[in-house]
Design a binder for this molecule. Structure first.
Ligand code: ATP
Ligand code: MG
Length: 418
């Protein structure tokens, strides 16, 4: 039987993982500067968390979740997004009792969605995201955006567009929804089947439809910004002022509504034209009602999620420089069995001293060892034959300059470190 990874999943082989680690390193470094600390939550949660948290009229909950009964007949679901689990953790661990805000990030969280796999769209993907709890001010929204953009810019991503919008709150959104439903009803027969169905349950979602026809119709739909209450308008103005203050350009885009139910006020997406149809690298917003909805005290919150596979694809499409795989200080190439044992001992000795050391485990000829070493990012090859053994030294070949030198075992560390 031929074995395949499940459709829509991707391996990261040991040859490729350095690209991921490069991105992860930059993300961790920048989060540290913003005083945001890492949180980890389980890959599975009780299904109810997502039904209640993400919203049972969303595509994610209706069509895309990996849900199954475990052996104890409990319905569990593989995380289809990052926020609900984090909110559950915030509430369960009573983090709201601490001085607020509570800022956290998750990195490399596996996210599962049963979608049609295509470029930039997988069934298992990984996200980096941040969540800030207990911060009602728009500066927190701006901090999320500025952190996401700083990461993307440090990675060398070019030509991104930040789109922001406000979708109001529980006071002003119902009024807007009414206007929207009225408009959609006039065009009902032209909408796609999904939109005809959701226009009554969740009208905002139609603005997010990817069908060409629906997009055309929605282009002339009433705009949510015109229905915002004073508080939501003020919040949006504050956000714009914060972004202006640090020189972050944005497009005010009334069609950004996001695919999840929990958003209030700010929503945003960071979009690249160097990705195909799947052009959103990062999406997020404010969700002031979710903590309370999941059983915690009333707590404002804001955050985003960034798809790491999509980010890697973007970096590749733009030909961004991602550094190199880590170099190896020395590759020890023994000739003969006596030398082989000594080489093994020497490798252990040098690793203890802190060097990055590799050694032949295949029994290759010296020529083949050099050929092998030539393919790796190796600084020195150390040849260990009978004469070197007698001298208690290696013949070191500098793989960049080609220069050779005899170096005593005890001096190897210092020689290589210089
Ligand atoms: P899209 O509109 O592309 O479906 P979304 O609104 O469903 O995105 P979010 O739920 O906000 O996406 O997830 C945050 C980020 O995760 C997205 O901006 C994207 O980079 C990434 N992402 C979402 N779904 C997938 C997927 N199926 N495969 C790969 N990356 C994904
Ligand atoms: Mg989606």
């Amino acid at each position: 039987m031929e074995l395949h990874a499940p459709k829509g999943t991707k391996d990261v082989t040991p040859k490729d993982s350095w690209r991921w680690q490069y991105i992860e390193g930059i993300i961790r470094d920048i989060c540290r500067k913003y005083c945001i600390y890492e949180a980890r939550t389980p890959v599975i949660e009780h299904t109810e968390l997502f039904a209640r948290g993400v919203g049972d009229t969303t595509d994610i909950v209706q069509k895309e979740m990996y849900t199954f009964l475990d052996k104890g007949e409990r319905s569990v679901t593989l995380k289809p997004e990052g926020t609900a689990g984090i909110v559950r953790m915030f509430v369960e661990n009573r983090l709201y009792n601490e001085a607020q805000p509570t800022k956290m990030y998750y990195l490399n969280a596996p996210i599962f969605r049963y979608e049609r796999p295509q470029a930039g769209r997988l069934r298992e993907h990984h996200q980096f995201g941040i969540e800030i709890f207990g911060a009602p001010l728009a500066s927190a929204d701006a901090e999320c955006i500025s952190l996401a953009l700083e990461i993307l810019s440090r990675l060398g991503v070019k030509e991104l567009e930040l789109h922001i919008n406000s979708i109001g709150c529980k006071h002003c959104r119902p009024l807007y929804n009414e206007k929207l439903v009225e408009f959609l009803t006039q065009h009902e027969h032209e909408l796609c089947e999904t939109c005809r169905d959701r226009m009554h349950k969740n009208p905002l979602r139609t603005l997010d439809c990817k069908e060409e026809k629906c997009r055309e119709i929605c282009a002339s739909a009433p705009i949510v910004l015109e229905s915002l209450c004073d508080e939501c308008s003020h919040h949006l103005d504050e956000l714009k002022s914060c972004l202006d203050a640090v020189g972050i350009p944005y497009v005010l885009d009334p069609h950004i509504v996001r695919g999840l139910d929990y958003y209030t006020k700010t929503v945003f997406e960071i979009i690249s034209n160097d990705l195909s149809a799947q052009n959103t690298v990062c999406g997020g917003g404010r969700y002031d009602g979710l903590v309370e909805q999941l059983g915690g005290p009333k707590t404002p919150a804001v955050g985003f999620g960034m798809g790491l596979e999509r980010l890697l694809l973007l970096l590749q499409n733009q030909g961004a420089h991602m550094g190199e795989p880590a170099s190896i200080d020395i590759y020890i190439a023994p000739i003969g069995d006596t030398a082989r044992m000594k080489a093994f001992e020497l490798a252990a000795f040098l690793r203890k001293q802190g060097l990055i050391v590799d050694i032949d485990h295949v029994g290759r000829s010296i020529k083949a060892q050099f050929k092998f070493a030539g393919k790796l990012n190796i600084r020195y090859v150390g040849i260990l034959g009978d004469s070197e053994l007698e001298m208690g030294a290696l013949k070191l070949k500098n793989m960049t300059s080609g220069q050779e030198e005899i170096v005593k075992f005890d001096n190897l560390f210092n020689y290589i470190k210089e």
